[in-house]
Write a protein that binds this ligand. Structure first.
Ligand code: NAD
Length: 322
């Protein structure tokens, strides 16, 4: 039986990844500071542990794993990353986790490891035009991410690649672009735009206005969680190290995203644009490299994923209100 280790298994993507690996017949150990608040874990072994502790990392990597996925990070949506208030924690916590995990894996001869970087690693100067953002993998340098979160991701990408060069580790790095879906954070300040919009629309009555940060003309693309998990496992099982984008090329404005969710909900929703942290003006995944190297691209349009996500968040909102 193959064995996998998922760090950040109590989180959104990690939880889905554990389920996928279990469906494939793997024995899975998950590690996180917490259990996923929305679903029972599918992991065979779930360890509540702080990966900032190097000794704990050594004790978790106590056997051979066929696949290791390092997703644990101190992160959140724009309200967490772009206000500046959490910068020291974001940089210190995430960098420490990556330093510890790579050291533990290398010393225990566990060489196959996936690392989740982010589109936030791309320079702000290429993302000022909402209609023409540039996010090809080779455009990451000269580096100028617009958040400390992005700088930490760049540092850690380089750390993983150094272990590949110097220690022969089979490192694989993806730059995720806005992953969304059920069982993700939808309230509390760390939620991302699709979840926040679904929550606001679910709580609104037809004819109400929902608050949107910025002018709504900023653009993004969003990738449904099942597609992300498929691309992630394909990348780790390939010979291609990356870094490579895992995202969708279906770019929409935030206003358009609100309209799509309102349409799914069957409600007439007005938009009240208010000042708030918005990040770069435009961002879209560039999937040329992943198409070429892995033959992968998303299989469904954004709307399909939004329908499933809205249904789940609406049920959460209803349950909370009851
Ligand atoms: P998430 O916040 O739901 O999951 C991260 C998990 O890491 C959390 O459960 C958290 O408790 C855990 N964690 C944090 N510090 C820890 C520590 N010290 N020890 C143990 N566990 C710790 O986030 P997610 O959306 O599932 O993202 C997973 C990874 O993908 C992260 O590295 C994130 O930066 C990256 N990423 C995600 C997106 C996205 O759109 N979701 C986009 C780009 C990159």
């Amino acid at each position: 039986m193959k064995a996998a280790l998922v760090c950040g298994a109590g989180g959104f993507i990690g939880g889905h990844l554990v389920q996928r690996l279990k469906n494939e017949g793997y024995w899975v150990r998950g590690v996180d500071l917490k259990y996923n608040p929305y679903a029972e874990t599918a992991a065979d072994d779930f360890v509540i542990a702080d990966l900032r502790d190097p000794h704990l990392c050594r004790s978790i990597v106590d056997r051979r794993f066929d696949e290791i996925y390092q997703l644990a990070a101190d992160m959140g949506g724009a309200g967490y990353i772009f206000t500046g208030e959490n910068d020291a924690n974001v940089m210190h916590n995430s960098a420490t986790i990556n330093l510890n995990m790579l050291d533990a894996c290398q010393k225990r001869n566990n060489h196959k490891i996936f690392y989740s970087s982010s589109a936030c690693a791309y320079p702000a100067y290429n993302q000022e035009d909402p209609d023409n953002p540039k996010c090809s993998e080779d455009s990451a340098y000269p580096a100028a991410p617009d958040s400390e979160y992005g700088w930490e991701k760049l540092f850690s990408e380089r750390l993983y690649m150094s272990y590949r060069r110097n220690h022969g580790m089979a490192v694989h790095v993806a730059r995720y672009h806005n992953i969304f879906g059920p069982l993700g954070t939808w309230t509390g300040g760390k939620e991302k735009a699709p979840a926040a919009i679904c929550r606001k629309v679910a709580a609104a009555r037809s004819g109400d206005a929902v608050e949107i940060w910025g002018d709504g003309k900023q653009t993004r693309s969003f990738l449904y969680i099942d597609e992300c998990v498929e691309a992630t496992t394909r990348l780790l099982r390939s010979t291609f190290p990356g870094p490579v984008n895992i995202g969708s090329e279906e770019m929409v404005t935030i206003d358009r995203l609100v309209d799509m969710v309102a349409d799914i909900a069957g409600k007439r929703i007005e938009k009240n644009h208010i000042p708030g942290p918005t990040g770069v003006r435009g961002r879209n995944s560039d999937n040329r490299l992943i198409r070429e190297k892995l033959g992968w691209e998303p299989s469904e349009p954004l709307r399909k994923g939004l329908e499933k996500t809205y249904a789940w968040i609406e049920s959460q909102v209803r349950r909370n209100a009851a």
